[in-house]
Design a protein around this ligand. Structure first.
Ligand SMILES: [Zn+2]
Ligand SMILES: [Zn+2]
Ligand SMILES: [Zn+2]
Length: 203
């Protein structure tokens, strides 16, 4: 408990331009990262990710599925493959690279919009035949909060952080809000007393 009070006090110290307790509370909430699966919260993304790995490993497990969505036809010579879900288009497409990039952008939007886009190009006859025969299988990681799918646990983790850890995406327990409120009780006056006039140009 004291640990949390210290954390909130530290965060309150770093917020600026708030006039009311409510504003102070929402400013603190904005700085917190909430676990999508329990009532824990953190300020460092690494701590949140460690917590999910340690306490909710079942949420990061994969399942094997058949790749049913692809555009690989019988006469395919080259395939362009999505690294996340193994969706593939072949050289028959009018622009296979833009087709695969458009597809991959749907994934990166929900993992990390700044992520670099990469895909696999293959002329492997056996691999192409696996698609044509409908035998392509993959271990997929599904988000248990929404329905997005990922090719590896790291991407799913990043997605949980980017999409499901902010205060808006969760019902914050009443006790947490109350505790922050308590810490912010005399916040506006406290803040005024703390204003320091720093010299910007020391000459
Ligand atoms: Zn948790
Ligand atoms: Zn994909
Ligand atoms: Zn999700």
């Amino acid at each position: 408990m004291q640990e949390k009070i210290n954390l909130f006090t530290k965060l309150l110290d770093s917020v600026h331009c708030v006039g009311t307790v409510d504003e102070a509370v929402s400013a603190v909430l904005k700085k917190l990262l909430f676990c999508p699966f329990c009532d824990e919260y953190f300020i460092e993304s690494a701590s949140l990710l460690d917590h999910i790995k340690k306490d909710h490993p079942d949420r990061l497990s994969s399942k094997t599925i058949k790749v049913e969505m692809h555009e690989v036809e019988d006469d395919a010579e080259t395939v362009y493959i999505c690294p996340h879900c193994r969706f593939a288009v072949d050289n028959n497409s009018s622009s296979p690279t833009s087709a695969i990039i458009n597809h991959i952008e749907n994934h990166t939007g929900s993992i990390d919009p700044t992520a670099r886009i990469s895909f696999q190009i293959s002329r492997d006859k056996e691999l192409i035949q696996t698609y044509i025969n409908g035998k392509m299988e993959i271990d997929l990681f599904c988000c248990s909060v929404c329905t997005d799918i990922f090719g590896d646990a790291e991407s799913l983790l990043r997605h949980l952080y980017y999409k499901h850890s902010d205060a808006d995406s969760k019902n914050i327990p009443y006790e947490t809000i109350n505790l922050i409120r308590d810490c912010a009780k005399d916040f506006p006056t406290q803040k005024k007393a703390k204003v320091k006039y720093k010299l910007k140009y020391p000459f």
